[in-house]
Design a protein around this ligand. Structure first.
Ligand SMILES: Cc1cc2nc3c(=O)[nH]c(=O)nc-3n(C[C@H](O)[C@H](O)[C@H](O)COP(=O)(O)O)c2cc1C
Length: 184
């Protein structure tokens, strides 16, 4: 059930060395592929790093110095580097007039699909926004005009399910007018 899946998904900050099957990674990628995006421009490219030597080199470049708070991600057997690709012309024009970076919304949807698919497969993940982008771009031959906005750590974890600390529904939503307190 969808409710069970979104409850099961949580950010994992410790990983077992167990490798992840390519077949499972492909299922996560297929889920990301199906995400909605403005004008269907699909402005994302996932680089899956599962080669152990490359992954170790990349992880230490990504998560050292000021980024050491995310060093837990070095344990994950897989890192997915999410490169932001150029949006379609229509999505860019729409975004310009709306003052909205549609490509970031698009990438967010794709990542959420990816990590929910991972959770369904019994995998754990953490969506990461704090990392050394410049060194990762060098290691992975990512062109200068591309950006890595997120990294996902992926693997197996034996962390137990935590309670989700979330703002109450009454605070994050309202019916019929902004902030309107109405009987639900
Ligand atoms: C855009 C984004 C960036 C994030 N960056 C990090 C990060 O750099 N390090 C980290 O440990 N968690 C990071 N997280 C995970 C959040 O801290 C986590 O989703 C939030 O605290 C809710 O916890 P849960 O994922 O376990 O439900 C990030 C999440 C998002 C959506």
């Amino acid at each position: 059930m969808f409710k069970d899946l979104i409850t099961k998904r949580q950010s994992a900050r410790s990983y077992l060395p167990t490798p992840v099957a390519r077949e499972d990674i492909l299922k996560c990628l297929e889920a990301a592929q199906k995400a909605p995006s403005a004008c269907n421009s699909q402005p994302w490219h996932f680089i899956i790093v599962d080669d152990p030597d490359l992954k170790t080199k990349l992880a230490s470049a990504l998560f050292s110095g000021p980024y050491v708070m995310n060093a837990f991600a070095c344990q994950a057997p897989v890192l997915a580097i999410v490169v932001s690709e150029k949006s379609s012309f229509m999505a860019k024009i729409g975004g310009y007039f709306r003052g909205t970076e549609f490509y970031l919304l698009d990438i967010g949807a794709a990542i959420e699909h990816f990590i929910l698919a991972a959770a369904e497969l019994g995998l754990s993940s953490c969506w990461l926004g704090w990392f050394n982008e410049a060194s990762a771009k060098k290691i992975l031959n990512i062109p200068k005009d591309r950006k890595i906005d997120s990294v996902i750590s992926l693997g197996f974890s034996n962390e137990t399910l935590r309670e989700k600390i979330r703002k109450p529904l009454e605070e994050i939503s309202s019916f019929n007018s902004y902030g309107m307190k109405e009987k639900r």
